[in-house]
Design a protein around this ligand. Structure first.
Ligand SMILES: [Zn+2]
Length: 200
């Protein structure tokens, strides 16, 4: 079957599957652990040998490999103390009102000498937050994203240190001009990576 026909077939099957999900509206035969969607069937996905039914979440577009990961609340991790060697936390903290609690939890579950590699958008020197801003429109205007709760400044380091981390910052300025150009890394708000060590 040509790829074009396969694409048309897949699109039709997806629509049929969506219809089935609508008509069997109270069905919770399937559930997405990532976004909470419930329905009769996930959508078909893939071409040729990778084609399968019941694969793609209609709401968050997760696949099997995403749903196989455990979803946790970063402010209340279901992990034992001093159990992890490495945490990678990229563009999450700016969504969390109680970011200090999230930092405390990452510190708690890290083994001594473990590291949490953290990225957040940095827009300014001093962080700005105002939890009275709740409308998506206003958040977009003030925080540049409707799901963000603050604009971080470089003083995020003080927050990270306050829970016990030793923080080392790597910035893209340590890369060559060629590398920065080639990978297009010069976006103002994403120049820093914070390496947060649990030194004891
Ligand atoms: Zn989902």
């Amino acid at each position: 079957m040509s790829r074009k026909i396969e694409k048309i077939k897949l699109a039709l099957e997806k629509n049929l599957c969506q219809l089935r999900n609508i008509t069997k509206i109270n069905s919770d035969r399937r559930e997405c652990p990532l976004c909470g969607w419930k329905g009769f069937s996930f959508l078909p996905h893939g071409y040729g040998i990778t084609y399968r039914k019941d694969a793609l979440c209609p709401q968050c577009h997760s696949l099997e490999r995403h749903r196989a990961m455990k979803k946790m609340d970063l402010t209340s991790l279901t992990l034992p103390d001093s159990s992890q060697t490495l945490i990678f936390c990229s563009h999450v903290l700016e969504h969390i009102p109680n970011d200090i609690m999230a930092m405390k939890e990452m510190f708690r579950v890290l083994k001594p000498k473990g590291v949490s590699i953290i990225q957040v958008p940095i827009w300014r020197e001093k962080s700005y937050e105002d939890f009275s801003i709740t409308s998506k429109k206003k958040k977009l205007e003030i925080f540049f994203n409707q799901d963000h709760v603050r604009l971080y400044g470089l003083d995020i380091v003080e927050r990270l240190e306050s829970v016990g981390f030793s923080v080392f910052i790597k910035t893209i300025d340590s890369f060559s001009d060629d590398t920065i150009k080639k990978y297009s890394l010069s976006f103002q708000s994403t120049k820093e990576v914070f390496f947060c060590y649990k030194s004891k």
